[in-house]
Design a protein around this ligand. Structure first.
Ligand SMILES: NC(=O)c1ccc[n+]([C@@H]2O[C@H](COP(=O)([O-])OP(=O)(O)OC[C@H]3O[C@@H](n4cnc5c(N)ncnc54)[C@H](OP(=O)(O)O)[C@@H]3O)[C@@H](O)[C@H]2O)c1
Length: 237
């Protein structure tokens, strides 16, 4: 398979790049940190290429798909994983804005570019990494949880659209991790999966073309509970 991963320089994205490359696939991945792009590409060899791209520079996003195709040929799988989450106890506007620019505007541009690419091609698999946080308001960082709720909703719309189309064979998967042991989840204390296990379960969910997958799987139980949390419990969170 030819795979494009937005946000593959660390954490979950990096583990996906490594695992897919080791399984024999050709992988293009992006990120802002040049040194990580070079280090990972060198380490994994000629079937992997890192391209510098800031997902907030939405005008450049379609060009990344063109570069990926020029390198390895038609893309089969696009994973939009790039994301940030910062605590924002004081409701600072700049923090809120940076989360929205990345997780909402940047991610939307990548998802639209990916979906339209597959529509033209007639097939492909589009994946986004949202979060269990999409299911509940988050007082420590309201814009993060809200941005993930937006992503989950957007992915459902694309999933419906894909299923309505008779012409195209496009699969759409929303990956919803709980806590995974990365810089982004610093401070989280329970049920924290290591990145390799998370990436493995994400790959399994993608192979099964699932609509939604909770990572690790036991977070599906938490997700069910979160949907029905009474207000008095919410107030304590
Ligand atoms: N860790 C968790 O517990 C957890 C839980 C639920 C959901 N998630 C989601 O999983 C995804 C990956 O997060 P992670 O935990 O693996 O964190 P991470 O290690 O901080 O990785 C984030 C990735 O996104 C990229 N990225 C961030 N801003 C970007 C930008 N403006 N342009 C391009 N790339 C950008 C980073 O690359 P550069 O810094 O090189 O640009 C990096 O490759 C995120 O969408 C996150 O919301 C994580």
């Amino acid at each position: 398979m030819n795979i494009l991963i937005f946000g593959g320089t660390s954490g979950i994205g990096r583990a996906l790049v490594e695992q897919y490359a080791k399984a024999g696939h050709q992988v293009i991945f992006t990120g802002r940190r040049e040194e990580k792009l070079v280090e990972i590409s060198r380490h994994l060899g000629p079937s992997v290429l890192g391209i510098r791209h800031d997902i907030r520079q939405t005008e450049l996003t379609p060009g990344i798909l063109q570069q990926a195709e020029a390198k390895f040929g038609p893309i089969d799988l696009i994973i939009v994983n790039a994301g940030i989450g910062k605590f924002n106890y004081d409701l600072d506007w700049d923090i809120c804005l940076s989360v929205l620019k990345t997780n909402v505007l940047g991610v939307t541009r990548a998802l639209l570019a990916g979906y339209n690419y597959f529509r033209q091609q007639g097939q492909g698999h589009l994946v986004n990494v949202s979060s269990v946080a999409s299911l509940i308001g988050g007082a420590p960082n309201p814009s993060y949880n809200a941005s993930k709720a937006y992503q989950a909703n957007f992915m459902e719309a694309l999933w419906i659209k894909a299923h309505k189309s008779r012409k195209n064979k496009i699969a759409v998967t929303d990956i919803r991790p709980g806590f995974v042991d990365t810089k982004l989840a610093q401070g989280a204390k329970f049920w924290k999966a290591d990145v390799q296990t998370a990436a493995q379960q994400i790959r399994q969910a993608i192979a099964k073309k699932k609509k939604i997958a909770y990572i690790t799987r036991r977070w599906a139980v938490v997700a069910m509970l979160l949907k029905h949390l009474p207000s008095f419990v919410l107030k304590k969170m």
